[in-house]
Design a protein around this ligand. Sequence first.
Ligand SMILES: Nc1ncnc2c1ncn2[C@@H]1O[C@H](COP(=O)(O)OP(=O)(O)OP(=O)(O)O)[C@@H](O)[C@H]1O
Ligand SMILES: [Mg+2]
Length: 265
Amino acid sequence: MSAPVLRLDSVAWKVGWTKTIISDIDLAFRAGQLSALIGPSGCGKTTVLKCLLTLLRPSTGKASWDGSDLWPQRRQWRARVGYVPQDDVVHTALTVRQALTYAARLRLDAGTEAAAIDKRVESIARLLGLDERLKLRIARLSGGQRKRVNIGVELVADPDILVLDEPASGLDPATEGDLVHLLKGLAAAGRLVVMTTHSMEYLDECHKVVLLMKGRVVFSGSAPEMLAHFSAPHPAEVFRVLRTADADDWASRWRGSPLSARAAA
Ligand SMILES: Nc1ncnc2c1ncn2[C@@H]1O[C@H](COP(=O)(O)OP(=O)(O)OP(=O)(O)O)[C@@H](O)[C@H]1O
Ligand SMILES: [Mg+2]
């Protein structure tokens, strides 16, 4: 049996009647894979994630999981998916242990014993390199450590779908590498993991890279395929090449490419 697929088909999202933020979005994300959404600031990455999360209802088209429309089942869907937003949401007066413990109590089965919760909290803290920070208030943490607490709060419930908006922002390169490997490991265990990122460093670790420009998909495939598509020697060059034409040109060039039909399948 093939892995379940989270899809966006012909999705557009508009503000009012006239302002189109994203359009013609056809994308498929698969369980067992780590996918990255990239593109210049304001290109619509967070908006695409919010459509996947049913936090936004597409103006046209639909988001679906394993073939069924997500909008009618959005309550269950939102409870099922782990979401780490771009801005930190964890209360900074709590200690790391409190934040992770409260999240675990809220999300694990009501009958879960305190000792099992402690064990879970400690293993997540270890996984995220926060085990020596458990007693500290979140206000005292560095930006990167705080980001990892936000990720931990979602990981305690062990969701099978994990959506992260710029999880690597504020992390040093080594910690970012650790985080990408962690996310890749979660995907390898069968979860579906989608993140946005501004960093081009670890795209080779992702099964799928989706490049957006002005609300349009201009590429979706592996990092090496992206370099070939844009005739770029390395990922950072792709953004320079993008500036040589407008989003409509790149989007129609993508639609005309043989990779495009395969990517949306
Ligand atoms: N509710 C809204 N009303 C009006 N415009 C909006 C709304 N939400 C998003 N936008 C606009 O849509 C565009 C895409 O926003 P989005 O947050 O998806 O970009 P992004 O790719 O995540 O950017 P960044 O990399 O800076 O996080 C931006 O120009 C933003 O101002
Ligand atoms: Mg964003």
